[in-house]
Design a protein around this ligand. Structure first.
Ligand SMILES: [Zn+2]
Ligand SMILES: [Zn+2]
Ligand SMILES: [Zn+2]
Length: 90
């Protein structure tokens, strides 16, 4: 991590988890669609963004308490911390 942030959660991340599959772990179970994908930096789940109907990444963060997601979109290199509402590029 070289990005400067004001969030201890992001500062604590040394290796950024990348998406294993380019699909939402929850939407594939129900056949739903998604817009963008995010990867949880605590457990590695790849889930859909707030522009998607199911907002699985946000629901996962609230339900599990996992604070930080990374964009799983090609070419996007940023992290977001829910509790601190902080974006950080890397
Ligand atoms: Zn944080
Ligand atoms: Zn989803
Ligand atoms: Zn998680």
């Amino acid at each position: 991590m070289t990005a400067k942030s004001f969030c201890a959660h992001i500062d604590a991340i040394e290796t950024i988890k990348q998406a294993q599959c380019h699909e939402c772990d929850e939407c594939v179970k129900t056949g739903d669609r998604w817009v963008h994908l995010r990867t949880c930096q605590t457990c590695g789940s790849t889930l859909c963004c707030d522009s998607s109907p199911n907002r699985h990444a946000t629901r996962h963060a609230q339900a599990s308490g996992h604070p930080v997601i990374a964009s799983a979109e090609p070419g996007e290199r940023w992290l977001y911390c829910y509790p601190d509402d902080v974006f950080a590029e890397y």
